[in-house]
Design a protein around this ligand. Structure first.
Ligand code: NCD
Length: 329
């Protein structure tokens, strides 16, 4: 827990710090459970920066990464995280699997389960698919992104980045700009940052804001300049053209004019505001290259680095009970 964390975020006496079998989303997590995962992740940052990167505490365990949707950084990150902890890591790409032969998701799940994995990491393009699978298998399941629903490890790695760079999350003003409607990253971040006491703003054209988004505890804007005032963190989202079945924006050029993060716009945010993007980026559309590559203000590559540490923490914590590891302090 960071020094400035209010006491309600501290782990109450006698409470298990992470009593969940799976990590399917941020929804339903207590602030101290999120804090526990972030604290656990801190220990892996130094190991990841060392030359020898093996801990091997999960040696002998099997991790299956079942990715039914494309991914570069998330799949690599989970694979590296599992291997650094000593697991046997197997990647199942749906494009080469029997899914293409028409096998149902539940049959694929039963097949994976019969191979006795110790943890399954799933990405799927249907919202809720990961929760469905979690109910049907014997081992812990980690959600690596399901449709427009949640992407919990992305929100955790974003929170770790903010906590390290800004020094706190509670009270921090975070502006999330872009395709909020289609974004599981935005959803998980809104839930997590709200739970830890940040002031979250979302900004997008009206067509890309979910209806009644304010009910999630955020302030909604359509004017990017107004949403940037006083922002300490500016989180940009990709225009998710593959999830749009119709024209949500007139043109990428017009979108950039109103919602692209340029150096001039960034100057409207708080001094030294942190720039974030989950990747992959559409350079020149939601963000200009000079902002994305700014070595002072952009935390984009640091987010990727924190991703490995966060995933190592999640894999370690979720497999503790099957490894018979006691003692949570
Ligand atoms: C995101 C995803 O796939 O949800 N990327 C990621 O995991 N880093 C965001 C996106 O696709 O734009």
């Amino acid at each position: 827990m960071p020094a400035d964390a209010p006491s309600e975020f501290a782990l109450p006496d006698g409470v298990h710090p992470f009593p969940h079998k799976h990590l399917t989303g941020i929804a339903g997590l207590q602030p101290w459970e999120i804090g526990f995962l972030l604290n656990e992740a801190e220990q892996w940052i130094a190991l990841n920066r060392a030359t020898a990167k093996h801990d091997d505490r999960l040696a002998g365990l099997t991790q299956i990464n079942a990715f039914f949707e494309n991914s570069t950084r998330t799949l690599l990150s989970f694979e590296i995280a599992g291997k650094r902890l000593g697991m046997d890591v197997i990647n199942m790409h749906a494009a080469q699997s029997s899914v293409k032969k028409g096998e149902t998701l539940l049959d694929t799940t039963a097949t994976l389960n019969a191979m006795k994995p110790d943890v399954i990491v799933i990405r799927h393009d249907a919202s809720g698919a990961v929760g469905l699978i979690a109910d049907k298998v014997d081992c812990p399941v980690l959600n690596a992104g399901d449709g427009r629903h949640e992407h919990p490890t992305q929100a955790l790695l974003d929170a770790l980045t903010i906590r390290r760079r800004v020094g706190r999350i509670n009270g921090t003003v975070v502006t999330i700009c872009g395709d909020v409607l289609h974004s599981r990253v935005a959803r998980s971040n809104i839930l997590l940052l709200g739970t830890l006491g940040a002031e979250v703003r979302v900004v997008a054209p009206p067509t890309l804001l979910p209806p009644a988004v304010e009910r999630m505890g955020v302030k909604a804007y359509t004017d990017f300049d107004a949403a940037l005032e006083g922002a300490e963190v500016v989180m940009m989202l990709r225009l998710q053209l593959e999830r749009m079945d119709g024209a949500f924006v007139p043109s990428p050029r017009e979108y950039h004019h109103f919602y692209g993060l340029t150096r001039e716009r960034l100057a409207l945010a708080a001094k030294d505001a942190l720039v974030m993007h989950p990747g992959p980026m559409n350079r020149g559309i939601e963000i200009t290259s000079d902002v994305a590559d700014d070595i002072q203000q952009s935390a984009i590559t640091e987010q990727v680095e924190m991703g490995v540490a966060v995933r190592m923490a999640c894999l370690d914590v979720l497999t503790r009970s099957r490894r018979g590891v006691e003692g949570w302090a």
